[in-house]
Design a protein around this ligand. Structure first.
Ligand code: ZN
Length: 342
């Protein structure tokens, strides 16, 4: 929670965390409560309740595992993008649209929920969103559904130590913990390990999901989605930028032409034959992307490309994409569903 005390010496009162590190055969848990750092070590059974989380946290003791990139025969799909620290907007969108119930529990049955990246940066409830998605993932799995968290360029930026866009709250967290922001998400942290298991692109039925999009330069490599996800996990995330820059293939995947940064689908010059070529190369009927903020979810060329970054980042409203029985719809912050315009 964030509160501003006084008018002249506006001072942040922050609660943040938990930041949980695997250490000495147990867990070191760091929380910030009312601007005070608390650090405790637990052998097992860490607490489930935290002042800034409005849901119980159930840590999984198995290591985060890598999920496949391709899913078939899925009955219904929802997708949301670019949440950027806006926990309250995300919860309202999920609740009003039946993804979760009033107790914040999974309510989407065997459906798949896709988050196409950019949970990090801008807003002040990033930690809360990450833990909520972590929790929801297990609830969905138990109901026969899935939550897919795909990495966006802001996840990459945080993992490589680029903190230009973090909310100032997290500078207090850094100061209080005496840690760099990316160290709070190191490979030995629970959230850091969990994020490093995540894909950058998946395909469900005939729909490909990715944060930015696929440039021709990347499509020309002909990588399948599983291989692409593997290259990100093994050769890009946590690799020094200098070594990425020395390799032209890795550079194409990591920087502006890469799937997490590409904005070409939103360019004036992007023609229908470009969309057709991309769909053919990917072997799919639709590509769903975030990254470029729109006022509303919109589509291009008869729903070949669908843009779902609905500007949740402003903290007021947003939309969620639905697919069922071959039909796309969008749901607004009040849960009203409507067709998608071009
Ligand atoms: Zn982005």
């Amino acid at each position: 929670m964030i509160g501003v005390m006084g008018v002249s010496q506006s001072r942040l009162v922050i609660d943040d965390g938990p930041y949980i590190f695997m250490e000495d055969g147990g867990y070191r848990v760091k929380t910030i409560e009312q601007n005070k750092l608390k650090t405790k070590h637990y052998r097992t059974d860490i607490p489930t309740s935290y002042s800034n989380l409005s849901f119980p946290l159930h840590l999984r003791d198995s290591l985060a595992s890598v999920a496949p990139a391709v899913y078939r025969g899925v009955s219904k799909i929802a997708a949301i993008s670019d949440i950027h620290g806006q926990y309250d907007v995300m919860i309202k969108l999920f609740r009003e649209n039946g993804i979760i119930d009033d107790n914040l529990q999974w309510n989407f049955g065997d459906g798949h929920l896709v988050i196409t990246g950019d949970i990090f940066d801008r807003g002040d409830q990033v930690t809360e969103i990450l833990w909520y998605v972590y929790e929801l993932e297990e609830q969905a799995r138990q109901a026969g559904g899935r939550v897919h968290f795909l990495l966006g360029n802001h996840e990459l930026m945080i993992l490589e130590g680029d903190t230009r866009y973090i909310h100032k709250k997290y500078r207090y967290t850094m100061a209080l913990t005496n840690m760099l922001y990316q160290e709070l998400f190191s490979p030995s942290s629970v959230l850091g390990q969990w994020m490093r298991s995540k894909p950058i692109s998946i395909k469900i039925n005939d729909i490909v999901f990715v944060h930015g999009g696929f440039s021709n330069r990347v499509l020309d490599y002909g990588l399948g989605l599983d291989s692409l996800n593997q290259v990100f996990r093994q050769e890009l995330i946590d690799s020094p930028l200098d070594s990425i820059k020395q390799d032209s293939t890795l550079s194409d995947l990591y920087f502006e032409e890469g799937p997490l940064w590409f904005r070409g689908y939103a360019a004036e010059s992007f023609a229908e034959e470009d969309a057709d070529a991309a769909l053919q190369a990917l072997g799919c009927g639709h590509v769903v992307v975030g990254h470029t903020s729109m006022e509303s979810i919109i589509s291009l060329y008869d729903q070949k490309i669908i843009f779902i970054d609905s500007s949740i980042k402003f903290g007021k409203k947003g939309e969620i994409l639905f697919w069922e029985a071959g039909v796309f719809k969008k749901g607004d912050i009040f849960g009203a569903k409507s067709t998608i315009s071009e």
